[in-house]
Write a protein that binds this ligand. Structure first.
Ligand SMILES: *Cc1c(COP(=O)(O)O)cnc(C)c1O
Length: 410
């Protein structure tokens, strides 16, 4: 998620450098780039994605060369959607692929709730999430209003939302499956029914939860996945709307294609949210080895668990797959102070760590003017959750190094 472009050429200090020549590696580095710090790239970078290599993608790229169909819902995108709906065992319209998780969120919000308006300007959402949740709501014309989360689930409590005083000014509610934990889709559908405000679930990191229980793909409430490189199932950039509603998915398709109908008339609000054939190629190659990858992710979680069991006292407990997404290894520290010391101890060993959701969105400058409930739980979770190195190819020795750096910190 640390994927924002950074300026790479400082012209003031290097007048002779050609303008567009990158002088430094981008933050996540090209494969094989020397990382900053003193060690192993798999540990320096808190997350080091591994997508299918060029050879694995090549056969699919040949098909693009043959078809000369590069985007606009081409054959590779159909093939990937078919792999997904077959994998989940749902109807073919229930898994629509889009250009990113954010695009999928925006298309699902517009398709289900419509754009924000003066009567109901607010989008209720947790503060404990990645920044994209609120930005997507804003792009759909809503003003974010932040709610605190439940201390056990780290997610919005459906009953608290149903009783919330801001509900009569809300046009949409955006629960988030924090760290890919399992959202209670049935509870959200029941609450949506009662409150009459549309609900769209940001389940960006929850691919494995829907894989485990495809019955969660709902008729009434859309859920959105991100297929970004840092998530467990990836097309490098991509997203999906999981929704059994045929009519709803038709709207998602239209909205993500400039609001155009089949007759090429621009009928509704929309934007370009389409996934290219090249990204679909990555996803197909990814799917070819998904079972192996799942096993490797399970192995990483098991190795962390046994390293933690063998180590001296840790500053908190590990939260691992299948509780959270395999894309994350979280250390839930006993106190904020221990979390700060854990980060420092890791940094001293050249090991990366990250507060994935920062301290909560209500601390982000862009949200300074947005409404917000008291945030005791979010403030605490943001202070005690530390993301540890997570990569599909971490080995036992590397994991022992991470756990060793933490052991004895109490
Ligand atoms: C990854 C993520 C997103 C954004 O997805 P993109 O595919 O990067 O646009 C949104 N919300 C949450 C909770 C995420 O983890």
């Amino acid at each position: 998620m640390d994927n924002e472009p950074r300026p790479q050429v400082d012209r003031a200090t290097s007048p002779s450098t050609p303008q567009d020549t990158p002088r430094r590696a981008p933050p996540h580095g090209p494969p094989g780039a020397a990382p900053e710090g003193n060690g192993d790239p798999l540990l320096v970078q808190v997350q080091r994605p591994l997508l299918p290599d060029a050879r694995a993608i090549a056969a699919y790229l040949d098909r693009i060369d043959g078809s000369r169909w590069y985007s606009n819902r081409g054959p590779l995108l159909w093939a990937l959607e078919e792999r997904l709906y077959t994998h989940f065992g749902v109807d073919q319209h229930a898994t629509v692929l889009l250009a990113s998780g954010s695009a999928a969120l925006e298309a699902a919000i517009l398709a289900h709730a419509g754009a924000g308006g003066i009567d109901r300007p607010l989008a209720l959402m947790p503060s404990y999430t990645f920044v994209a949740t609120a930005l997507s709501a804003m792009r759909c014309g809503y003003t974010p209003y932040f709610l605190d989360v439940d201390p056990d689930t780290w997610m919005l409590d459906p009953e608290a939302v149903a009783a919330h005083p801001m509900l009569d000014r809300a046009g949409v509610v955006l629960p988030v499956a924090a760290y890919g934990r399992c959202p209670d889709m049935e509870a959200w559908a029941a609450v949506q029914d009662r409150i009459g405000v549309k609900i769209v679930v940001d389940a960006a990191a929850a691919f494995e939860q829907f894989e485990r229980n495809p019955g969660m793909i709902h008729l009434e409430v859309p859920a959105v996945l991100s297929l970004h490189a840092t998530k467990t199932f990836s097309t490098a950039e991509g997203g999906a709307v999981l929704w059994r509603s045929f009519k709803g998915q038709e709207r998602v398709g239209r909205i993500s294609n400039f609001g155009m109908s089949d007759a090429r008339r621009c009928e509704t609000d929309g934007f370009n949210g389409k996934l290219s054939e090249y990204h679909a190629a990555v996803g197909l190659a990814f799917m070819d080895h998904w079972a192996d990858r799942r096993a490797m992710l399970d192995g990483v979680a098991a190795s962390y668990a046994s390293a933690a069991a063998a180590a001296g006292p840790l500053p908190g407990r590990l939260r691992l797959s299948p509780d959270v997404s395999g894309a994350y290894v979280l250390l839930e520290c006993d106190t904020p102070d221990l979390a700060d010391r854990a980060c420092a101890a890791l940094a001293a060993e050249g090991i990366g760590s990250r507060r994935w959701y920062g301290r909560g969105l209500h601390h982000e400058p862009i949200h300074a003017g947005h409404g917000c409930d008291p945030m005791p739980v979010t403030d605490r979770l943001g202070a005690i959750h530390v993301g540890l190195p997570a990569a599909v190819d971490l080995n036992d020795a590397q994991i022992s190094r991470v756990v060793g750096a933490l052991s004895g910190l109490t």
